[in-house]
Design a protein around this ligand. Structure first.
Ligand SMILES: *[C@@H]1O[C@H](CO)[C@@H](O)[C@H](O)[C@H]1NC(C)=O
Length: 128
């Protein structure tokens, strides 16, 4: 049996994985800020409102059961493999962008990460 364990990311490791899984480079600082504010980089984070993982993907709409938006089980968003999290983040971002014009607004913490130059401090020591 495979045991899926979570982990606490370091900011630069996270930044590099986000690039690897296809998030745009010019958004990485904002995403790292969002991950910090949502979960303090802890993939095992679960909120009382049933939101899961690094980016706090919520069960109501996005993960299963019962939400179907991303077609992923909520518990799969808690392990150290964040490829499925990033895939779901892209879905949430795109669907929210269609509704509001800005995909980041799906994340409640976004106002704290919106200033691009201050979000850069989250990845300032990372080699890109
Ligand atoms: C964004 O953050 C930078 C650096 O912290 C700050 O100098 C600037 O005033 C901020 N801009 C806005 C619009 O808040």
């Amino acid at each position: 049996m495979q045991v899926c364990e979570g982990k606490i990311f370091k900011n630069c490791e996270l930044a590099h994985q986000l690039v690897k899984y296809g998030l745009p480079r010019d958004q990485i600082a904002t995403w790292v800020c969002i991950a910090f504010r949502e979960s303090t980089y802890n993939t095992e984070a679960i909120s009382y409102s049933h939101c899961y993982g690094l980016f706090q993907i919520c069960r109501e709409w996005w993960c299963s059961p019962p939400g179907k938006g991303c077609g992923v089980k909520c518990t799969q968003l808690l392990d150290d493999d964040i490829e499925d999290d990033v895939k779901c983040v892209k879905t949430v971002f795109e669907q929210t962008r269609r509704l509001t014009g800005d995909g980041f607004t799906a994340w409640e913490v976004y106002p704290m990460c919106k200033n691009a130059s201050s979000s850069l401090s989250y990845i300032k020591d990372c080699n890109f």
